[in-house]
Design a binder for this molecule. Structure first.
Ligand code: NAD
Ligand code: 2HG
Length: 392
């Protein structure tokens, strides 16, 4: 049995999937895979046995991706698995930014005793809000979450302006044609009444919203952060709120500096916390993990190229290597030199790394034993795995 180590509360749907596919959960210290949510792996020792790490969720800034890539460990996430949950909480937060709902609920509870209806009617003027219709929403990052937020805001009669320089032919199609595409982020910051950020935390995106960007916003603007702590400079946001340069800041990431601020609403990282999102993300994660460990197919990796092909031969060898010239010819020569016929060879590269999946039918035990060690001796090969098709 293969062992998977888990961190955090993983939905039983994902765990059951693994158990049904002959995995044991947390039974020993030599797991083949790790399945986690927000656990910070940067400070954890990751066992030498680990071949795959899967984040049940979108953000993977809690995983030491660079170090794992050098070790040949494939890191996955589950894109889109919780996007609807984050969209819904973002929309709720837009309404909280427009209407003083939280204060009004507190006030209503304080009116107990006597003529409740009279007192609420007299004082409710203090809880008047504004409408979202006709206002402009700026969406920074139009990926799985941002595109859903942007599209749904149109149905609330908002004007929507989005910014995402990373859109490609596959991702651009999901964005409604009524959404204005900004050429730069400054255009969004200047135009929007509500600004919501849906980008990953990377070195480049650290403090993407800082005092300079807040200075471009309208002083009446509302800022929403359902991405990550560290994408918005909370101290800059606080200073702007104190100086009436920003109206409200809603964040899903608690920060000591923001507690009890009258213009701040904090939620405890619950953007993706719905039953549906946790189930979907855990199931995606479990399937991707099993698929890689048993077939070599890579689906939704964040550090290696995806290769997802039907396993129709008896064997496969997956070779993770550096993305340098002459690798495919060296690998195919290696198999030829050892009298092993290649039925199919797939190769893809992304950034500094590449993955080659070799499909084989006739593969003797001696050849398999030799290939296991000798392939690793080819310069720039990082890790080799052999897969057996039990259904062949
Ligand atoms: N609060 C939560 O519980 C919760 C849940 C899900 C996701 N998240 C966070 O939200 C982020 C986005 O999630 P997603 O599922 O939409 O991810 P995604 O990968 O589908 O989309 C991210 C988009 O951001 C764009 N982008 C990156 N840097 C940018 C920049 N500087 N300016 C503009 N666009 C930029 C990318 O091109 C991509 O299209 C995740 O990385 C994660 O950190 C939080
Ligand atoms: O696991 C969670 O609860 C949060 C997930 C979220 O931060 C993500 O990046 O997908």
């Amino acid at each position: 049995m293969t062992t998977i180590k888990t961190y955090n509360a993983i939905s039983t749907i994902g765990l059951d999937y693994l158990k049904q596919h002959d995995y044991e959960i947390n039974t020993n210290d030599s797991p083949k895979g790790i399945l986690l949510r927000s656990q910070n792996l940067h400070n954890e020792k990751i066992a030498a046995s680990v071949r795959a790490v899967v984040r049940a969720g979108a953000g993977f800034n809690n995983i030491p991706v660079d170090d794992l890539s050098k070790r040949g460990v494939v890191v996955f996430n589950t894109p889109g698995g919780n996007a609807n949950a984050v969209k819904e909480l973002t929309l709720a937060s837009l309404i909280l930014a427009a209407r003083p709902v939280i204060g009004a609920i507190g006030f209503a509870n304080e009116t107990r005793g006597g003529d409740v209806s009279l007192r609420t009617e007299v004082s409710k003027g203090g809880y008047r809000g504004t409408e979202l219709a006709g206002k402009t929403l700026g969406v920074i990052g139009l990926g799985n979450v941002g595109s859903k937020v942007a599209n749904t805001a149109l149905a609330l009669d908002m004007d929507v302006i989005g910014y995402d320089p990373g859109l490609n032919a596959n991702t651009a199609w999901r964005i409604d044609r009524h959404i204005l595409h900004a050429k730069n982020v400054q255009e969004v910051l200047k135009k929007a009444d509500y600004i919501t950020v849906h980008i990953p935390l990377t070195d480049k995106n650290k403090f993407f919203i800082d005092s300079d960007s807040i200075a471009l916003m309208k002083p009446t603007a509302a800022l929403l952060n359902f991405s990550r702590s560290g994408i918005v400079n909370d101290l800059a946001a606080k200073a702007a709120l104190d100086d009436d340069k920003l109206r409200v800041y809603i964040t899903d990431f608690a920060d000591e500096a923001l507690f009890d601020h009258p213009k701040v609403i904090i939620t405890p990282h619950i953007g993706g916390s719905t039953v549906e999102a946790e189930d979907t993300s855990a199931l995606m994660a479990a399937r991707q993990l099993d698929e890689y460990l048993t077939t070599g197919n890579i689906i939704n990796s964040v550090n290696y190229p995806d290769i997802d092909e039907p396993f129709i031969t008896k064997y496969r060898v997956g070779i993770i290597h550096e993305n340098v010239p002459n690798m495919i010819s060296q690998i195919s020569k290696f198999f030829g030199d050892n009298d092993i016929n290649i039925e199919q060879l797939s190769n893809r590269a992304v950034g500094a790394y590449a993955y080659t999946l070799v499909a084989i039918n006739d593969f003797s035990d001696t050849q398999q034993e030799y290939v296991k060690t000798a392939l690793d001796d080819i310069p720039h090969v990082i890790l080799t795995r052999r897969y057996v098709n039990e259904n062949y």
